[in-house]
Design a protein around this ligand. Structure first.
Ligand code: CU
Length: 148
């Protein structure tokens, strides 16, 4: 490859990146969080639920952090038992649903016990996309948006 070819290649790359930044991006995840909540906890453990909509390419939710707990993990429920997982798929042009009876965020050893009406801030970390900060409104302990 001669020098001219290399320069042409760089120009194409730069142009490509600029376009990706302006478009709604077909080549990276495009994530939006909806329906987030935390049922008011009855002990020093709490769960969090939300939906991550993805209008772009596939990504993975890899971890969650929160000032309310130093022990936040992601769990799925199989055969009525919870188990910790290392990541959840956020499918391309699809959604990841964390909901009652299924996948959820697990907060252990709460530093304080949030009450209905409070907000708990969390940061979602992804394999590709930038972290997203979300406030989980604390709802009554039996709250389930599916049953509204
Ligand atoms: Cu759990």
């Amino acid at each position: 490859m001669n020098r001219r070819t290399v320069l042409a290649g760089v120009a194409v790359l730069v142009t490509g990146l600029t376009l990706a930044g302006c478009s709604s991006s077909d080549d990276k995840p495009d994530l939006k969080v909806t329906g987030a909540f935390m049922p008011q906890p009855a002990s020093d453990m709490a769960a969090g639920f939300l939906v991550i909509e993805n209008g772009g390419t596939a990504d993975r939710l890899t971890s969650v952090t929160s000032p309310i707990s130093d022990d936040v993990t992601i769990h799925e429920t199989k055969d009525q038992a919870m188990r910790m997982v290392t990541s959840f798929d956020v499918p391309a042009n699809g959604e990841l649903r964390l909901e009652r009876g299924g996948k959820h965020i697990m907060f252990m050893q709460l530093k304080e016990r949030p009450r209905q009406g409070d907000k708990v801030s969390v940061e979602l970390h992804f394999e590709k996309a930038d972290p997203i900060k979300v406030d989980l409104p604390v709802k009554e302990s039996t709250y389930n948006p599916k049953k509204q």
